[in-house]
Design a protein around this ligand. Structure first.
Ligand code: ADP
Ligand code: MG
Length: 619
């Protein structure tokens, strides 16, 4: 090798920039983080030409005296940590001392800053890492950093910049993430002198979230709230009916820092499991606050990954917070149904407005799910649902502490509906009949028309009944008069053998006959026997598909879903009035009557108002 040399500083800054500054949005992120660390309450971001021509961030924070300003642009210069131990208890967003030197090495950079206690401001101009001049100037207290012609001396990076719209999409995205985490700060973003976003200061995180989520009504947001001696979980989750096709509506924060964290994300998804269709994602903001020494933020140069000292505790708390919020949703759901369809349209509009390039969106999804599946990484969590349910004191879901400023008649109407549904359930609906031999048509006291998907509803009922089976609480099983022989493939046979004991516990008695042959002898009495051999085959296939890595409890859940699905009343099956009313009263006994085990809705409703509107009787 041709001799080792220490890299010149400008070059090493450019290398660091390669990691930290991927695109204009990364500059915006680093500069805003600095402004937040400086205690600003107002941050103005001006962007010209998608950030190619100019990115300027001005704040009203603590500013810097001249000597500090000169230091700030040096590599490894930071005011945020001083010694080793600080690194393990980071309270600020920045700490690596890399951003300013990196950004100024790949742009035409101007820093103007004034400490409020001093009369004069300092202006430093840097081009491609070389200091052009340092001057005392007049300026308001705070800091203004202008980054012009980003990547002017790194053509390779410049070439990779996407369209103005795409780069702006990334900038808006970053600002939204930072804005949700800092509702106390006023953020204003302009692009080519036009205002793009303006988030006013507020004391209430919920208001910022609403500001962002646009027109989702408050009543479709459910609060996450858990506090114990170790951590606090707060935030909001939207009613599961309002879902998205990507995970981009999921915002996770640890101590105010936006993070992409597998533990929290996994807990969120586990908490909402069964209420969303495959491939749909919730809209949620989750804040986790925890002692600074219980989380390592120095995991990645972009600082948006963290490592928890006790990931399992975090997982349990988030899962619990989400489950509680959704419990509340279940009790309020029926009375609030009217607005939901509109809300889901609004959400898709919102996604369009952010205008990202689709490919990147899909890639980042892939990244997240792949990561979610990795089993060997440090933050691995495996929490079985039963285990997590047992821990911690039982916290009763509180009613939302948000005051609605609805008009009086609305409030009255709602109160009426709420009372109505609290006391009454599906069994109190008036059944009108069956449509297409698949949907039960009902009305609720003339105020709404309801369609119930008979198959989905019955699936839900069977699923919950089977799930309540616990060791020692084996459901009654019924013997088959003629035991049914089942032939499986080689891998399927191996897989089925592994869970025979568990199936037996649930009342599904299968014996291994030898080779790949099994005999079905008895089945849970609440199921019907018509299709069980086929169900067992599908169960075996599904286990092979899932692999045993997914955990026994997941496998059992899938098994139950398949059994419920095979046994449930079909579409295209005519039902008697007695059968319908039996179905409705059993639906009332379910914990989550509104969704089938696959996450599809079991019922839909149109209010009289919606119907009259559709017929243009009212406006
Ligand atoms: P880091 O944020 O990791 O400390 P930076 O390179 O981003 O490193 O910033 C270096 C230092 O410059 C910061 O530690 C801070 O003291 C100072 N600084 C940067 N931006 C601002 C700002 N907007 N207001 C006040 N001080 C700032
Ligand atoms: Mg910084």
């Amino acid at each position: 090798m041709a001799g080792i040399t220490i890299l010149p500083e400008i070059l090493s800054n450019k290398i660091a920039a390669g990691e930290v500054v991927e695109r204009p949005a990364s500059v915006v992120k680093e500069l805003i983080e600095n402004s937040l660390d400086a205690g600003s309450t107002r941050i103005i971001i001006e962007v010209v030409n998608g950030g190619r021509t100019l990115i300027r961030v001005s704040d009203n924070g603590c500013g810097m005296p001249a000597d500090e300003a000169l230091l700030a642009i040096e590599r490894y210069a930071t005011s945020k940590i001083k010694a080793d131990p600080d690194l393990f208890s980071i309270k600020t967003l920045g700490f690596r001392g890399e951003a300013l030197p990196s950004i100024s090495s790949i742009s035409k950079f101007t820093l103007i800053t004034r400490d409020p206690l001093q009369d004069e401001a300092t202006r430093i101009r840097i081009e491609g890492g070389r200091v052009k001049d340092v001057l005392a100037v007049g300026a308001p207290a705070g800091t203004m950093i202008s980054v012009e012609r980003l990547f002017f001396n790194t053509p390779a990076r410049r070439k990779f910049l996407k369209s103005t719209q795409t780069e702006m999409g990334h900038i808006v995205d970053i600002i939204i993430k930072l804005a949700i985490g800092n509702p106390q700060v006023h953020f204003k973003l302009t692009h080519n002198q036009k205002i793009v976003k303006n988030f006013l200061q507020t004391l209430y995180p919920l208001e910022r979230i609403q500001d962002l989520f646009g027109q989702i009504s408050k009543k479709n947001l459910y609060p996450l709230e858990i506090t114990d001696s170790y951590l606090k979980v707060s935030g909001q989750i939207a009613a599961p009916r309002i879902s998205r096709s990507t995970g981009r509506g999921i915002y996770l924060y640890v101590n105010g820092r936006y993070v992409q964290d597998r533990v929290i994300r996994h807990a969120l998804m586990a908490g909402i499991d069964g209420r969303l269709l495959k491939g749909r994602y919730p809209l949620a903001v989750v804040f986790v606050d925890i002692a600074f020494d219980q989380v390592d933020v120095n995991v990645h140069p972009t600082k948006n990954e963290v490592r928890f000292s006790h990931p399992k505790k975090i997982h349990e708390a988030v899962l619990k917070a989400v489950s509680q919020a959704l419990k509340l949703y279940e009790t309020e759901y029926l009375s609030h149904y009217d607005d939901s369809p509109q809300d889901s349209n609004i959400i898709s509009d919102l996604v369009d407005k952010f205008s990202f390039s689709n490919k990147e969106q899909i890639d980042s999804e892939k990244y997240l799910t792949e990561n979610g599946k990795t089993n060997t990484t440090q933050n691995k969590v495996e929490v079985s649902p039963t285990e997590s349910k047992q821990t911690g004191p039982e916290i009763k879901p509180k009613l939302k502490n948000i005051s609605f400023d609805l008009k009086t008649n609305e409030t009255q109407k709602e109160a009426f509906q709420e009372n109505f549904w609290k006391k009454k359930g599906f069994q109190d609906l008036q059944v009108i009949g069956q449509f297409h031999n698949s949907y039960i048509i009902c009305e609720d006291r003339g105020s709404g028309l309801i369609l119930i998907d008979q198959h989905a509803a019955h699936e839900r009922i069977l699923f919950e009944q089977l799930k309540k089976t616990t060791p020692g609480n084996r459901p009654a099983s019924q013997k088959l008069i003629l035991p049914e022989t089942i032939e499986l493939g080689f891998r399927e046979a191996l897989a089925l053998k592994k869970i025979l004991a568990e199936l037996n516990e649930m009342g599904l008695e299968i014996e291994h006959f030898g080779g790949q042959t099994f005999v079905l002898k008895a089945f849970p009495a609440l199921l019907c026997d018509k299709d069980l051999g086929q169900a067992v085959k599908e169960i075996a296939e599904r286990i092979v598909e899932m692999g045993f890595d997914s955990g026994l409890s997941r496998i059992i859940d899938e098994t139950i879903i398949l059994m419920a699905c095979h046994s449930a009343i079909r579409a295209n099956q005519s039902l008697s009035l007695e059968q319908i009313s039996e179905l409705l009263s059993r639906l009332d006994l379910c914990d989550n009557p509104s969704h089938c085990p696959h996450g599809r809705p079991t019922w839909i409703r149109w209010s009289l108002r919606q119907i009259e509107k559709a017929f243009q009787r009212i406006k």
